[in-house]
Every structure is written in C-alpha cells, then in structure tokens.
Design a protein around this ligand. Sequence first.
Ligand SMILES: Nc1nc2c(ncn2[C@@H]2O[C@H](COP(=O)(O)O[C@H]3[C@@H](O)[C@H](n4cnc5c(=O)[nH]c(N)nc54)O[C@@H]3COP(=O)(O)O)[C@@H](O)[C@H]2O)c(=O)[nH]1
Length: 837
Amino acid sequence: MEYRYKQLAIEYDAMSAKKKTSGAVSNDLFEDIPVLKRKWHAALKPGQSLPQYEDVMLGSLGRLADHVALLREEDDRLEITRSGRYVQQWLQNDGWDIPVESVSPDCATVLTEAAICAVTNCKPHLSTAYCVRDGMVRTYDVLALPTSSRWGRTLVGTYINERAGQYNLLDSIFSTTEDGVVSLATIRDSAGVPCDFQVVHHNQSAASLLKLSAVELQWRRLRQGGTMLGTADVLARLFAIVAHSGRDQFELDCDDRNLRLGVHAFGDIVSLTVSDVTALKRREASFRLLFDANPLPMGIFDTETGRIMKVNAAAAEHYGYDRDRLLGMTIWDLWPESDMADLDEAMERLTARDDFHREWRHYTADRSLIDVLAYGRRISYEGRDGFLVAIVDITERRKVEARIAHMAHHDGLTNLPNRELYQERLRQVLQPGASGNRSIAVFCVDLDLFKNVNDSLGHPMGDRLLQAVADRLRERVRGGDMAARLGGDEFAVILADTPSLNEASDFAAKLIQALSAPYEIDGHELVIGASIGIALSPSDGSTSEELMKNADMALYRAKEEGGGVHRFFEKEMDLRAQRRRDMEHDLRHAFAQGDFELHYQPLVEVATGTISGFECLLRWRHPEKGMISPAEFIPVAEDIGLIVPLGEWVLREACHEAARWPDGIKVAVNLSAVQFRSRNLVQVVVQALAQSSLPPERLELEITESILLAETEANLATLHQLRGLGIRISMDDFGTGYSSLSYLRSFPFDKIKIDRSFVKDLAQRSDCLAIVRAISGLGKSLNITTTAEGVETTDQLDWLRAEGCNQVQGFLFSAARPASEIAALLARFGPRASKAA
Ligand SMILES: Nc1nc2c(ncn2[C@@H]2O[C@H](COP(=O)(O)O[C@H]3[C@@H](O)[C@H](n4cnc5c(=O)[nH]c(N)nc54)O[C@@H]3COP(=O)(O)O)[C@@H](O)[C@H]2O)c(=O)[nH]1
C-alpha cells in the first residue's frame, strides 16, 4: 500500500512538472498571492481593522480581475456579487449576486470557509480547494481578503487560481488497488472478425501480475506473446466474451501462482481484472486435504435449514450412507425422535455462537444409535451460513464407561446390585416424600447350608448356585424394589412400597420357599435353605444404616433359631447386640488380664471305675457377672478370633498341669475349628508338649465334625500330623450335627464321644438307646474307644456298660474341678484308689 502512495506522489509530481512547463497554468499567477497580501497590508491604515475595499481591489487588479470574486453577507447568507471570467468557469456559474450555497459544493465550501476565517480574524486567509473536473482532480488556491466598503459593509475580495498539477482520478484509484486492471481493444481482421487484442490501458498492478514492465505491457498485442494472456485458451475465451458482449470469470495457473481473471466486454473494449488468488487457492487446497481426506467424519450443514451441504468420504462411510444420499438429508434426519427437543434447543444456541463442542446421539443408515462428540465452527459455504462439523464417535468409549459404572455398582458373579448401590437405593427411597407415607421393608437374606455345597462340591459349583439364587431373587422383585448381593451368601431386598407387616411377612415366607426349592445344577440336585431378617421403616429406623443393622440383627435371630425362618427386628435384639458387643470387649480384656482358668473333669474307665484322664474345660470368672459358661463365650471368642491365642494358652496350661499328674493319666483338650485355620496349630501343640515335657501319648485332642466340614483336605493333613506325633484324636459330640460315617472313614479316630443328649434319655427313649448301641458297636468294630458324656446316674452307667461303652464322664463322678482338686479326685477314683477299693 505504501508503495502505491509513493507511486501516486511520484505521478502527481511528474504531472505538476508537466503542467508547469506546458504553461497550462500561468506561471505569473504563482506570484499573485504574496502581491495581493502585500497590497492588502499596504492599504490597511492605522486605527482601522480592515483596509478600504477601493484601496485593495479597485483599479489595480489588472489581469487578476478575472480571478477575483466579491463576496458579501446579505440577509445572513454569503453572496457572490461579482466574479471574473476565470472564477465563473471555476464556479461553472456566470451569475452575479448569487448565493454561495447555490454553486457547486466543492466551490461553495471553500469560499465560505475562507471568507469566514478572513472576516473573523480580520486578515487575509488562504485556503485550498480540490475540485473534480472532467475526471481530473484539480487544486485551487483561494485567498480571501476582507475589506471594508465606503458604507461600512464588509466585502471579501476572493482570489481563485488553479495550482499547477492535476491528476486523473481513475488512475489514482487503479494505482492503489492490488488487482490488475487492463483495458484491451479488440483487433479485427479484414473480414471484421476479432483476431487479436491490444493493451490500451493498464495499471501498475497488472504489469506486476503479468510479470512485465509497464512499458512492455502498454500497447502489447496479446498474440505477440510474452504474457500469459496470449495463450490459445485465454484468447478463445476473450473472443467468446466479445462475441456476446458478455462477461466471464476464469482462472489461470502459471508457475507458482494462480490468477483469477474477470472479463467484461463493452463492444470492442474488453475490461480485464487480474487478481492473485494463490493464497486463496492454497487455503482451499488445505481445506480439501483436511476435509476430504480426513479420517474423521466431517460435514457442513446449513445453519438455517439444517441441510447437509457437504460431507467427506469418512462421514459417508461412518454413517453407512451413499454420499449423495447424505447430501439430500438434513441433520434432523440423523437425530433420534427422543432427542429432538434437545436438538431444537441446541440449534437455537448455535445460531448465536461461532463454534460449539457437544455430545449428540446420531442414527446411522442401519438405524443403530451412536454417541458422537461434534466439534463445529461457523463458516460461510456456497453463500450460506453454515457449520463445519467434525465428528468423533465415542460409542465404544461410552459403552466402556457404562460398563465400568455398572461394574462399580453390581456384583460381578450374579450381576445383582452390590452393597453400594443397595445402600444408595435405600437412602433414595428413605428420602422424605420418596415413598409417601408408606413403609419400607428391608430384608437381609442369608443362605442356610450354602457352605456345605461350597466345601463339598467346590467353589465353581457354589458360584453357580449363587447365580441361580440371584435369578430367583430377581424374579421376585420388580419396579422400584431391589434385590442385591451384599457378599458371600448374603443377599438383601428392599420393598419400597410395603403397606403392612403381613405383606412383608408373606413376601419373606414366599422368598424362603422359593430359595429352598431344589436347584438342578450340572446334574446335581442341590438343596439349601434361607433365613431372613426384616426391618421396617419408620418403626425400626429411619436411616439406611439403622435399617440394615436392625435387619441384620433379625437375621441373626432367624439363624439362631435354626434357619429357614424369617424374623422381624425387635428392640430386644438391639439389647442383645449391645450385650454381645460388651462381651467381645470384656473377653479381650479378660484375656489380657488373665481372668481365665482351667477346670478338669474326670474320664472314668467303665471296666475298672478308675480315672484314666481328665477333660480340660475352660472357665471365665467375670469380675461382675461371676462364672460365665464356655458355651456362651467360646462362639464369641471364635467370631472375634480370640480363640486362637486363648486356645494356645489352654494347650500350654493343660499340658503343663497334666505333666504333674501320675504317669498314664491323660489330658483331653478341646480344639475349635477356628484354631485349625491359623495354620500353625501343629507348631503350637509341639511347643506345648516340649515346654511341659508331657509325652504326646498323654494328650488327647477333642475335635467336632465341623473341622471336617470346612477345608477338609488341609484339616485332615493337620490331624494326620498331630496323630503322627503320637497324640490321640477324639471325635466329640458324636451323634449331633451330620454325624456322617464317612468322617470315621476319612480319619482313624482314637475315640468317639457319645453326646450327652443321648445319654440323658437312655432309660426313657428307645431311639437314644439304639443310637448309643450303634455308636458303641461301631467303636468296637472299628477298634475305637467310646466315651459317653453327661453320665449323671448309676442307671445310665449300667445301661452304658451293658452297651459296651468303654469310658464315661459326668457329674456322677465329678463336675469339672480346678487343678487343685485333681489330687483328691485321683485319690478317690485313681488307679491305685480303685485297686484299694
Ligand atoms: N474349644 C474349646 N471348647 C471348650 C473349651 N472348654 C470348654 N469348651 C466347650 O464348651 C462347651 C461347654 O463346656 P462346659 O460348659 O464346660 O460343659 C462341659 C461340661 O461341664 C459338661 N458336662 C460334663 N458332665 C456333665 C453332666 O453330667 N451333665 C451335664 N449337663 N453336663 C455335663 O459337658 C461339657 C463338656 O462337653 P464336651 O466338650 O462335649 O465333652 C463344650 O462344648 C466344651 O467342649 C476349650 O478350652 N476349648
């Protein structure tokens, strides 16, 4: 641009010089202005603000008179009263006494301005006027000389003269545009047919764009060559345009540039504009590359109509449409009906924005829904306001996210909601107003005998069973209700709309029935049961935590009662739970304080009536509650894991005590199944024997069949190791529980202890006698000692002797007594005492 102005200035100077030498404007007149100014000053008399009109203007102007106009103020407006011929030509008006405002505005403006300034400042004022005459810009000096008339009026003598130098208006405009402008004259042959064109006019930009100097281009015939306009193709186009006096636009690619030619024919004169569109072309090529070849689906849609105006190959392929088919559609066609309100709202907002970035759902050609992220930018395309959109398909990402979210809230095995989702749902339905005034029932479900399946048939079978249980649960809940797996064989149900206690009870009963029906899995018919604890809101709690805790307590009660039943929460259960928590605390404290002691109950040989050993029984002397039964505290110690260190203490103490007894007197110590889980049981026993120096043959370990129910292989291995040390192993409480004979086959027990419940009714109940007889017979044939527990009467002793039982234990001889009383007991029932008897 700067170059253009410089060029303009040079052209102007050149023209000024030309005018001066050509004499188009009188050289002498260049001197007139200082002369007139001097004259005005010379005429100014002391004490006057303005010189007299006659002194300045009259009689002495001579040749300048043609260049002078006389202005005066008349009726509040400026009037030209007289004007010389030169001025009249300038004004294009030869009238006298005419208002200044009636002449052409370019003259009126400068005359008014000069006159006002001169009168206001009481001195000559020189202005410059630029006037356009015949397409030429001319510059005039306008000198206003304020004077006073004889009658006191102010008259302004105004001298006007053109300054040397004028320039062509169109030339100046053309010279400032970067586009080339060329005028061609059509050359016709003798037959009058156009055969060539000649450059008759052009601007500098045209020469630059056509890579010629201005001189080389001027008067050049196109067929002469040397320009890209002389090719056959361009000439053919120009001839065609001239033939119809029409217009056309086309592009020329040459070397490293792209030129766009706009052609307009006026008869035989052809006006040509040449624009450099190289940058534009490159932008278009980049756009094509980015758009057409982009692997991302892209398109342009009309903002107003939603019409799809352009798509790339990736879009056609991704959406599964033929490209033309896609171009005949609108973006509404891609949207699911359900999202239409969303689209309307989105479109409303789009019209006010230049770009957007949002998530939409689209239909593909096969009507499958995909999740897409659309990035849009407003563009103008084919004269329409549109949006260029790039699409990123995030369907898979959304699926994975949904899967992860599902997994975070569902149990992987059964696909039921997990504890977190269950609690969240419970919190939701408990919100004020969520379920009106209706009660909400929370069910804690625990499977009975599930552990057996897991232990006997393995975990995969256990898993299949849990899945089947989940299916049955799912079938029974609907709507806003929920069934969940909380972990292991623990499930839970929420009934969010439970009108009555009876209905909750009915539901629980039916659920137990459904879950207890046999399962057919991999050719196995499996039977388990279920126990349910129920808590209702608001009576049993108003928070999810309270309700779940209370339902759990009710479940505990149901389990305690043997399972297969449902129980509602009762306030009293809360007290029991509190008592239980107290006991756990007190147990830990008691162990730390050494509040436990061991008592010993004699084991008497039926044949001799002498003591052959003692069963070691744990006692807890509570500082406030007195003696607490092991039947009460051992299950709690097992639950909290205290039985492991406590059992170790029992073993060490019992061995230590027994080591002080006469040779051959054995000590029997009870082992809990939990002690087997600690995995260092053998080591603990070995240490107890070593520290006490008690021979292993004098130690008997009493186990219950529960040890053979869980982790059978590992526990059997432990038992074999213990027996390998020479320790005797007894099966306690035989006849209760499952009493599977296969246990007797799986391990060579040294002793079977017949549970005292059979001994108690031996004389009254034939079934008890039959069982005692069977167990004794079994012991005899397997060469296993049989010990009857709970013998309280001589009658019972007689029956047992008759049935061939080897050993007895019970209050008939003695209850369990502290170690300090052992000597007395031995004195009474000991081997020597018997001999004495
Ligand atoms: N794991 C451990 N378990 C232990 C330990 N110490 C005891 N126990 C187990 O606790 C249960 C209850 O024991 P306890 O209250 O001591 O009862 C025992 C005897 O007092 C009772 N008994 C004995 N004779 C009679 C009788 O003639 N009548 C009658 N009503 N009760 C009698 O029987 C219990 C002994 O049973 P058992 O162990 O099956 O031989 C109990 O199961 C203990 O095993 C311990 O250190 N570890």
